[in-house]
Design a protein around this ligand. Structure first.
Ligand code: ADP
Ligand code: MG
Length: 605
C-alpha cells in the first residue's frame, strides 16, 4: 500500500516560534550550524550506543558527518549515517517541538537582548529550528536504522511542511538540506562555513568532513561524484581534555594550546581538571606567559558541552579572575537552559568554580613545594595573576599564602615567613630609592621589590589578612638603622630647613643614624603615599597633592654639625635637595635651581 503525500502545519504554538527564533538569536545566527551538526553527531552516537548494547549487528564502522556547501543551489547540507528517523519519529521529534517549559521561558525572555540566548537553544529541542534563522526552507531526508522506508520532510519558514513517504534514500541516516535565504548569503561562502565549523565543531565526537565541491585535488578514479570528503576531518574527535592526565605528554599539552589559542608563546604550565560525579567536568587550564603588566590580561576559557563549543569566557561559571588564564572546560552537567543570572546563584556552578579555584591553588602550592627553583623562575610571570586573584578572593589568598614570594633587591626570592619580620621593607624603584636600600642592606635588612601597580592593593590585602605591615624603605627609619646617642634638637636648624624647603608643613625630626655619611633623608608617610598611588592607578594621572613628608636629620653627620654651628642657607638647601634627590626625581624647576646653586657653591671653593 503506497502512502499519499501528507500535508500539515506545525502545531499551534509553534507559529509564534519562528519569528521569535529569528529575532532572538539575531546576533548569533551562525550557531545554526553547530545545532544541525551536533544533531548529526548525536544520531551517530546513538547508533554507536545501540551497537555497543548489541541491539544492532553487522554495521560497518565508517561513521561520519559531512557538511556540503553548494553555492549554485544555495544550500548547505549536513549528512550523517546515524540512526535516522522513521516517519513516525519525524512527526514526533521534528514536527512537534518539545516545548513544555521552553515556551514559558521564551515568553519570559523574549524582550531580552540576544546575549542571554547563546547556549540555550539546543537544550529545549529547539536546536533543529535554529536552521530557520538562515533558511527559507529546510528539507530533512531520513531513513531509520530499523529498515523502514525513508521519508522526506520539507518545511518553509512559516512552519508549513510537506511529508513525502517512501522517499528514495537507500542508506541509513539523515540529510538536512538548508536552502539559505537571500539575506544570509554570507553563509554560502566556503571560508565562512569553515570558520564556523572551526569555532563550534572543532572537538565534536564524530568525524566531520567539509566539502564545497571545489578544493579536492585528489585522484578518485572510481568515484565520480565525490565531494572532497577524502580530505581530513575538520575536527579532533578525542580532545586532549578527555584523556586521563597520566596519558598526556607535555608535547601534547603544548600542541593543544597552540592549536586552540593560536598562541605560539609556550604556556608556563597547565592544570588538567577532571572532576568525577557529581561535578562531572573536565578541562585544561593554562597559565599564559604575560609579557608585561599593561598587556591585555584577557585570557580565554572556552566552555564546551559534551565537546560542543558553547562560549568563550562565561564569567558566571568561572570566577572572573581566572579568566586571565587560557583553557577549555567541558561541563556536560551545566544547566545552560537557564538565564545567566540564574547561573550565578546555581549551586552546581558555585561548586565547579570552587573546585577550579582549589585546583589552581593546589598546583601553585605543589610547584612551590616540590619545584621551588622552577617556581621562582615562573614567579614574575604568574605574580600578576596571583596578586589579582588574592585581591579578588580571600579564599584563594588563604590557599596560596604560603606560596607567595617576595623578590628581594639582590634577586633572591623569599616567602613572607622566610622574610621573618612583621615589617616588610620594600622599594617601588630600585634605582630612585637606591640610597635607602643601601642603608637597609648595610644593617642586614632585606628590601623587597614591589614595583607593579597592582602591588599597592596586593600588599593591602596581605596586611588585612596578616599581622604583617609593609613599609616602603623611604617611609620610615627602621630601629636597626638608628644609632644610640642623646636626643638632639635644634630649633634654629629646623626653622632653616622649613624655610629653604618652601614647605611650612615640613616636619623635621632628628635621629642618630648608624650611617654617619648621610646628613638627612626624606621620609614620606606610607599611608598617604599609598593613597596617592591608588589614585594614580585608577585615574592614570599624576597626583600633585602634597604627601606628608618628614625630613630626618642625622646630627652625627659632619655637615649637619657644621650647619648647627653656622646656619648657612645655601648649604642647608643643597643638603635638603640631595635628600629629595635620593627619594624621588626632581621636578624641572627643582633641578634647575639645584644646578645653579651647585655651580655657585663650586665657584666659592
Ligand atoms: P535536541 O537535539 O536538543 O533533542 P533538536 O531540535 O536539535 O533538539 O532535535 C530534535 C530531535 O530531532 C532530536 O532529539 C532527534 O530525535 C531528532 N533529530 C534531529 N536531527 C537528527 C538527525 N540528524 N538524525 C536523527 N534524529 C535527528
Ligand atoms: Mg539538537
Amino acid at each position: 500500500m503506497s502512502k499519499q503525500t501528507e500535508k500539515g502545519g506545525i502545531s499551534v504554538q509553534t507559529e509564534h516560534i519562528f519569528p521569535i527564533i529569528k529575532k532572538w538569536l539575531y546576533s548569533e545566527k551562525e550557531i545554526f550550524l553547530r545545532e544541525i551538526v551536533s544533531n548529526a553527531c548525536d544520531a551517530i552516537t546513538k547508533m554507536k550506543r545501540l551497537i555497543s548494547l548489541g541491539e544492532i549487528r553487522g554495521v560497518e564502522d565508517n561513521f561520519r558527518v559531512t557538511v556540503r556547501l553548494d553555492k549554485e543551489e544555495g544550500t548547505i547540507t549536513v549528512s550523517d549515517n546515524g540512526i535516522g528517523m522513521t516517519e513516525e519519529e519525524v512527526k514526533n521529534y521534528i514536527c512537534q517541538i518539545a516545548l513544555s517549559g521552553a515556551l514559558d521561558f521564551i515568553q519570559k525572555y523574549e524582550g531580552e537582548n540576544g546575549d542571554s540566548a547563546p547556549g540555550i537553544i539546543g537544550h529545549f529541542g529547539l536546536g533543529f529550528y535554529s536552521s530557520f534563522m538562515v533558511s527559507e526552507s529546510v528539507d530533512v531526508i531520513t531513513r531509520s536504522f530499523n529498515g523502514e522506508p525513508a521519508v522526506k520532510w520539507e518545511c518553509d519558514d512559516s512552519g508549513e511542511y510537506e511529508m513525502t513517504p517512501d522517499y528514495d534514500r537507500p542508506e541509513r541516516g539523515t540529510d538536512v538540506v538548508m536552502h539559505i535565504m537571500d539575506d544570509e548569503k554570507e553563509f554560502l561562502e566556503s571560508a565562512k562555513i569553515k570558520e564556523i565549523l572551526q569555532k563550534y565543531c572543532a572537538f565534536m565526537p564524530v568525524e566531520i568532513y567539509f566539502g564545497d565541491g571545489h578544493e579536492c585535488k585528489h585522484d578518485h578514479k572510481d568515484d565520480e561524484d565525490h565531494e572532497c570528503e577524502c580530505s581530513k576531518p575538520i575536527n579532533d574527535t578525542h580532545p586532549l581534555w578527555q584523556k586521563p592526565a597520566s596519558e598526556c605528554t607535555d608535547e601534547e599539552y603544548k600542541e593543544f594550546y597552540n592549536k586552540v589559542f593560536h598562541d605560539y608563546k609556550e604556556p608556563l604550565f597547565h592544570i588538567h581538571l577532571s572532576a568525577d560525579y557529581p561535578l562531572n567536568f573536565k578541562g585544561i587550564l593554562y597559565f599564559p606567559r604575560i609579557n608585561h603588566e599593561y598587556e591585555s590580561l584577557e585570557g580565554q576559557v572556552k566552555l564546551y558541552y559534551n565537546q560542543v563549543f558553547v562560549a568563550d569566557n562565561i564569567k558566571e561559571v568561572i570566577p572572573e579572575y581566572l579568566l586571565m588564564l587560557k583553557g577549555v572546560l567541558d561541563c556536560p552537567e551545566l544547566p545552560l537552559n537557564v538565564s545567566r543570572s540564574y547561573l550565578q546563584t546555581n549551586g552546581y556552578v558555585t561548586k565547579i568554580s570552587a573546585h577550579i579555584i582549589k585546583k589552581v591553588a593546589d598546583k601553585l602550592n605543589s610547584l612551590f613545594n616540590t619545584e621551588r627553583e622552577r617556581y621562582e623562575k615562573l614567579w614574575n610571570d604568574i605574580k600578576l595573576f596571583v596578586a589579582y586573584a588574592c585581591i579578588r578572593d580571600k579564599k584563594f589568598y588563604d590557599r596560596v599564602k604560603e606560596s607567595i614570594l617576595l623578590q628581594l633587591t639582590d634577586g633572591r626570592y623569599v616567602t613572607l615567613s622566610e622574610y621573618g619580620s612583621e615589617t616588610v621593607y620594600y622599594t617601588t624603584d630600585k634605582i630612585v630609592q637606591a640610597q635607602y636600600i643601601a642603608m637597609y642592606n648595610a644593617q642586614g635588612i632585606d628590601v623587597a621589590v614591589l614595583d607593579k601597580y597592582i602591588d599597592t592593593q596586593f600588599i593591602s590585602t596581605i596586611e588585612m589578612e596578616n599581622k604583617i605591615k609593609f613599609k616602603r624603605c623611604d617611609s620610615d627609619i627602621a630601629d636597626a638603622l638608628k644609632a644610640d646617642g642623646e636626643v638632639y634638637d635644634n630649633k634654629d636648624l629646623t626653622d632653616l630647613f622649613v624655610k629653604i624647603s618652601g614647605n611650612d608643613k615640613l616636619t623635621v625630626k632628628y635621629e642618630n643614624l648608624k650611617d654617619e655619611s648621610v646628613p638627612c633623608i626624606v621620609n614620606i608617610a606610607e599611608e598617604s603615599r599609598r593613597f596617592g598611588d591608588m589614585i594614580k592607578m585608577y585615574r592614570m594621572e599624576d597626583m600633585h597633592a602634597p604627601i606628608e613628608s618628614t625630613l630626618i636629620v642625622n646630627p652625627g653627620n659632619k655637615i649637619i654639625r657644621k650647619l648647627g654651628d653656622n646656619l648657612d642657607e645655601n648649604i642647608a638647601k643643597q643638603v635638603y635637595t640631595l635628600a629629595l634627590l635620593s627619594q624621588r626625581q626632581l621636578t624641572a624647576d627643582e633641578l634647575k635651581s639645584f644646578l645653579s646653586d651647585s655651580y655657585i657653591l663650586l665657584e666659592q671653593l
